[in-house]
Structure formats: C-alpha cells, structure tokens
Design a protein around this ligand. Structure first.
Ligand SMILES: Cc1cc2nc3c(=O)[nH]c(=O)nc-3n(C[C@H](O)[C@H](O)[C@H](O)COP(=O)(O)O)c2cc1C
Length: 204
C-alpha cells in the first residue's frame, strides 16, 4: 500500500495538524505492514503558485519559451501529479486558515488538479481520472465548525472533499480535531476526538 502523506502547517513545533496526520499514518502503517510512505512537507517547502507560462503549457498547449524556471516549475507539477497518481491512500494535514485551507495546500491542489491529467470534462459532466483512492483529511481548527451554524463558515473540509471528488476520490474521511484553541475543548480533547473517529473508521 502506497501512502502519500502531506502536511501544510508552516509550524514544525507544536502543530496540531502535523500530530494528527502523523497519528493517521502511524495507524495505517501498523495495520498494513507493506505500507510505503512518501512524505511532502508543503508547510516548509510550499509549491510555487502557478505561473501564466505553466498554465498556458498545461491548459492550452501553447508554445512557451522553455526557460529554466518554467522547466523547473513544470517538473514540480508533474512530480506532484505522479506522487498523487501513484498513491493508494492520501493523508492530508489541513489546518483551517481564515475559514479555508492554508495557501500552501491550495498551491499543491492547483498543481495536481489539472484538466486532462487528473480530471476531464465530458458531455455528461466532469469525470475524475484518479479514482480508487482513500483519503484521510486531518482537519484541525481553533474554533468549532461542526455545528449547523459553524458549517455555514466552513470552507475547509467541504472544499477539500469537493476538489478531491472532482479528481475521482469517492472514499474521503475527515479526522477532525476542532476547538483546539478554545479553553473548554483545547488541543488534547480535540486530538482525542480525532483519534476516536480514526479508530472507528479503521475498525469498521
Ligand atoms: C493564519 C491563521 C488563520 C486561522 N484561521 C482560523 C479560522 O478561520 N478558524 C479557526 O477556527 N481557526 C483558525 N486558525 C487556527 C488554526 O486552525 C488552528 O490553530 C489549527 O490547529 C492550526 O493547525 P497547526 O497547529 O497544525 O498549525 C487560524 C490559524 C492561523 C495561523
């Protein structure tokens, strides 16, 4: 089983999403002894934002002057897509930033979500080209958004589920630690709830 493990928090010390995503990967490895993990730290080494030249090459097949910078950018994009395509399981450490996801993670999604490579348009609608993967989202947030009112402001989990579905991911699980900045809930309780959800899913 090939696992692609992504983290997107820029914090390397005390990061809740890193701890939760590492817990998920450790549980998966304990249950699948053949697991091979590829790790990408988007928090400390964010992918570049897509340049106009790269988008022209990818979307319109336009001839661009292949500068060293463009070659490096396209190599990075194809490497990210290759890692995603190759994995059976994707684990994403995804903190909520301003009701959505960190831009580091968005930049990676912009790299991999490519028409003709990971999804395509058909007369019947969009078809995902990377089906059959299981995704675990290690979702962390300072506040609580799982309430009916909170859900109205949650553009983190629904966005991730939606964009992954576009590429063909049907089996997507949210492992959530929320309220981690709140005194009444806090980091440990939030993480404990996340671990409980994870074990329920893996033991089902
Ligand atoms: C720039 C920034 C924006 C944030 N925006 C929100 C937010 O909109 N809602 C929320 O509940 N928490 C927000 N938080 C809190 C984080 O979601 C929370 O602390 C999360 O656990 C951070 O994950 P990490 O510890 O892995 O970095 C924000 C934190 C940062 C640094």
């Amino acid at each position: 089983m090939k696992i692609l493990h992504l983290d997107s928090s820029p914090f390397t010390e005390g990061s809740v999403s890193r701890e939760l995503s590492a817990t998920i990967v450790a549980e998966l490895c304990a249950r699948h002894h053949d697991a091979v993990v590829t790790y990408r730290d988007l928090g400390t080494t964010p992918p570049p934002h897509l340049s106009a030249a790269a988008m022209s090459m990818l979307h319109n097949s336009q001839e661009e002057v292949m500068t060293p910078a463009l070659v490096a950018e396209l190599d990075g994009i194809y490497q990210s897509i290759e890692e995603l395509t190759a994995c059976d399981v994707l684990v994403i450490g995804a903190p909520m930033y301003n009701h959505s996801i960190p831009s580091n993670l968005k930049a990676w999604l912009d790299q991999v979500c490519q028409k003709g490579l990971t999804f395509r348009y058909t007369p019947q609608g969009v078809v995902g080209l990377i089906p059959g993967k299981t995704v675990y989202i290690a979702s962390t947030r300072g506040g609580v958004y799982s309430t009916p009112e909170g859900k109205l402001h949650d553009f983190q989990e629904p966005y991730l589920a939606s964009i992954l579905e576009l590429m063909g991911v049907a089996d997507c699980h949210v492992i959530r630690a929320e309220g981690v900045s709140r005194q009444a809930i806090g980091r440990e309780k939030g993480l404990a709830e996340g671990r409980e959800t994870l074990l329920q899913i893996l033991n089902a």
